[in-house]
Design a protein around this ligand. Structure first.
Ligand SMILES: *[C@@H]1O[C@H](CO)[C@@H](O)[C@H](O)[C@H]1NC(C)=O
Ligand SMILES: *[C@@H]1O[C@H](CO)[C@@H](O)[C@H](O)[C@H]1NC(C)=O
Ligand SMILES: *[C@@H]1O[C@H](CO)[C@@H](O)[C@H](O)[C@H]1NC(C)=O
Ligand SMILES: *[C@@H]1O[C@H](CO)[C@@H](O)[C@H](O)[C@H]1NC(C)=O
Ligand SMILES: *[C@@H]1O[C@H](CO)[C@@H](O)[C@H](O)[C@H]1NC(C)=O
Ligand SMILES: *[C@@H]1O[C@H](CO)[C@@H](O)[C@H](O)[C@H]1NC(C)=O
Length: 243
C-alpha cells in the first residue's frame, strides 16, 4: 500500500473516532475537562471552555461550533478560571457545577434541591439551550434560556413577573475581554399594566421602546406590525408573568 493511501485511511479512521466521541449529553459521574466539549446533535452549538480575546482566563460557555468567538452564553462570567484545569460535572445533589483545578466549585446552577435528583442529565439542544433534567421524569429543572447572558436566542423569552417584579434580563459583558456582568441590562418591564422593552445603565433608564399596544411598541418609529413575525406577547395570569 502506498504511503498516501495509508495516510488517507488513518485520516478517515481519525474522523470516525472523532465523530463517535461527539456527544450532546452529560450524565452523573462524568467529568468534562477543558478542552473537551458537548456538541449539539446537529453540531451547531458547543458547550465548553473558552478565552475571550486578550486574556488567558477561561470561562464555560455556549458558542457556535464554527466559531468559538461567537459566544451566546457564559456560566462563570464573574468567576474566571485562571488556567485551563477547569472541569464541568454534575454534583451529588444534581447541580451542574464548574470546578477549578483544586476541585473548588466556582459556579453552580444553584438549584435548591430538597431531595436529591435521580439521574440528572445535562443536554445541549439544537437551538443552543442547555437543559438540566431528571433523566427518567424528563422535567426541566434548569435551562440556560431562563438565565440568559447578553444574547436573545430564538425560543427564549424575556419576562417580568408582575407579582414579584423579577425579570429575565439580558446583561452586557463588561467589555470584549471580560464577560462579567456589565453596567447595561435590558428586558421587559411592566409599567402601568403594559409591557415595554427597557434598557438601563447602572439602573438608570437608557432607552425604552414605548408601550406595547398589542401589535407594536409605540416608541419604535419604524416598527410596523409586519415586523412582528416571531414576536409574541403572552400574559400569564396564573404566574403573573408578562413574556
Ligand atoms: C453519550 O452520553 C450518553 C449519556 O451520558 C452515554 O450513555 C453515551 O455512552 C455517550 N456516548 C458517547 C459516544 O460517549
Ligand atoms: C486585543 O489587543 C489588541 C492589541 O492591544 C487590540 O488591537 C485589540 O483591539 C484587542 N481586542 C479586543 C477585543 O479588545
Ligand atoms: C478532583 O476530583 C477528582 C475526581 O473526584 C480526583 O480524581 C482528583 O484527584 C481531585 N483533584 C484534586 C486536586 O483534589
Ligand atoms: C436557593 O435558596 C437560597 C436561600 O434560601 C436563595 O438565596 C437562592 O436564590 C435560591 N436559589 C434558587 C435557584 O431558587
Ligand atoms: C475590561 O474590564 C475589566 C474589569 O472592569 C478591566 O479590568 C479591563 O481593563 C477592561 N479591559 C478593557 C480592554 O477595557
Ligand atoms: C402559565 O404558567 C403556568 C405555570 O407555569 C403554565 O402551566 C401555563 O402553561 C402558562 N400559560 C401560558 C399561556 O404560557
Amino acid at each position: 500500500m502506498s504511503r498516501r493511501i495509508t495516510q488517507l485511511i488513518v485520516l478517515i479512521l481519525q474522523s470516525i473516532a472523532c465523530l463517535s466521541l461527539q456527544n450532546d449529553t452529560l450524565s452523573a459521574g462524568v467529568i468534562i475537562r477543558d478542552p473537551e466539549t458537548l456538541v449539539s446533535a446537529k453540531q451547531d452549538y458547543k458547550l465548553g471552555f473558552f478565552s475571550p480575546p486578550n486574556t488567558t482566563n477561561r470561562y464555560l460557555g455556549i458558542f457556535f461550533s464554527f466559531s468559538e468567538e461567537t459566544v451566546i452564553w457564559v456560566a462563570n462570567r464573574d468567576a474566571p478560571l485562571k488556567d485551563s484545569s477547569g472541569a464541568v460535572t454534575l454534583s451529588r445533589d444534581g447541580n451542574l457545577v464548574v470546578l477549578d483545578g483544586t476541585n473548588r466549585t466556582v459556579w453552580s446552577t444553584n438549584l435548591n434541591t430538597t431531595s436529591p435528583v435521580d439521574n440528572p442529565v445535562v443536554q445541549i439542544l439544537d437551538n443552543g439551550n442547555l437543559v438540566l433534567r431528571e433523566e427518567a421524569a424528563g422535567d426541566t429543572l434548569w435551562e440556560s434560556f431562563s438565565h440568559p447572558t447578553d444574547v436573545l436566542m430564538q425560543g427564549m423569552t424575556l419576562s417580568q413577573n408582575v407579582k414579584t417584579g423579577k425579570q429575565v434580563l439580558l446583561t452586557a459583558w463588561k467589555n470584549a475581554t471580560d464577560p462579567g456582568i456589565g453596567s447595561f441590562a435590558g428586558g421587559l418591564e411592566v409599567m402601568s399594566g403594559t409591557p415595554q422593552l427597557v434598557s438601563r445603565n447602572e439602573g438608570w433608564p437608557h432607552w425604552r421602546s414605548g408601550q406595547w399596544n398589542g401589535l407594536i411598541f409605540l416608541g419604535i418609529k419604524l416598527m410596523f406590525s409586519a415586523y412582528l413575525e416571531g414576536f409574541n406577547q403572552v400574559k400569564n395570569d396564573s404566574v403573573g408573568n408578562f413574556v
